[in-house]
Design a protein around this ligand. Structure first.
Ligand SMILES: Nc1nc2c(ncn2[C@@H]2O[C@H](COP(=O)(O)OP(=O)(O)OP(=O)(O)O)[C@@H](O)[C@H]2O)c(=O)[nH]1
Ligand SMILES: [Mg+2]
Length: 249
């Protein structure tokens, strides 16, 4: 997802074009610009919500860097990371806001889910109360977030299912179906199902609609990412784009 993979495609579009007449030249420009548009990442603002210590940051770390830390420190405020992935012929750039689950940060959440196209609401399958908290986040999103937001309910720590499961998968799945959510159990520790969650979200987002509104609003503002779209994390310690070839989807 990267300059090297983009270059041959763009060059190919240009080289297919006959060289002399005016109509051909204008076709060339149109082809080149539509090829460029197809390669331009579609920004998707995604927010993670859920009780403290359910593994939100760990899921993001798995998705973005394919890593896991056994004793991850609690998030303060929120963290921002990005990850690109390819779906069919489109490149999606997830702009991820990983919020802090501690109650004292709850009032900051609307800032992060405002204009989000997707939300991952996480609970811990070994802790029943965390599903209640997840349900209350879903309610809040359904009341106050973008009405078209794609919400995925994710039961994390699937690796502990055999020894400490407290939430039956069927119970959470039935709730998700009733509430119109995507649903998966996953493990940030083993990586089970983590990529699939983001892939399913990407598939459910109306990308054509996003592209069209990006066309209308200009390249920067269409995803509603606002300031998020302008944060460059390549330079900072808080997050970074995945290394080449380590695309999540
Ligand atoms: N066994 C197991 N432990 C996990 C998993 N995911 C996260 N953990 C552990 O759970 C603890 C909390 O993980 P975090 O990712 O920091 O949780 P969080 O939801 O981001 O927490 P806050 O930032 O406080 O909201 C850490 O010690 C992780 O190592 C998992 O899939 N399996
Ligand atoms: Mg965290």
């Amino acid at each position: 997802m990267s300059a090297p993979s983009q270059t041959p495609a763009a060059a190919g579009a240009a080289s297919n074009t006959p060289s002399s007449t005016a109509p051909s030249a204008s076709t060339t420009n149109a082809d080149a610009s539509s090829a460029a548009a197809a390669l331009k990442p579609i920004q998707v603002k995604l927010v993670l919500l859920g009780e403290a210590a359910v593994g939100k940051s760990s899921l993001v770390l798995r998705f973005v860097n394919n890593e896991f830390q056994e004793n991850k420190e609690p998030t303060i405020g929120a963290a921002f990371l990005t990850q690109k992935c390819k779906l069919d012929d489109k490149i999606i750039k997830f702009e991820i806001w990983d919020t802090a689950g501690q109650e004292r940060f709850h009032s900051l959440a609307p800032m992060y889910y405002r204009n989000a196209q997707a939300a991952v609401v996480v609970y811990d399958i070994t802790k029943a109360a965390s599903l209640d908290k997840a349900k209350s986040w879903v309610k809040e999103l359904q009341r106050q977030a973008n009405p078209n937001i794609v919400i995925a309910l994710v039961g994390n720590k699937l690796d502990l299912a055999a020894t400490s499961r407290a939430v039956p998968a069927e119970e959470a799945s039935a709730y998700a179906t009733e509430a119109g959510l995507l649903f998966a159990e996953a493990s940030a520790k083993t990586g089970d199902n983590v990529m699939d969650v983001f892939t399913e979200i990407a598939k459910k987002i109306p990308l054509e609609q996003l592209l069209a509104s990006r066309g209308r609003a200009g390249a920067s503002g269409a995803s509603g990412a606002g300031a998020a779209g302008r944060v460059d994390l390549n330079a900072g310690p808080g997050g970074r784009n995945a290394p080449q070839g380590q695309c999540g989807c």
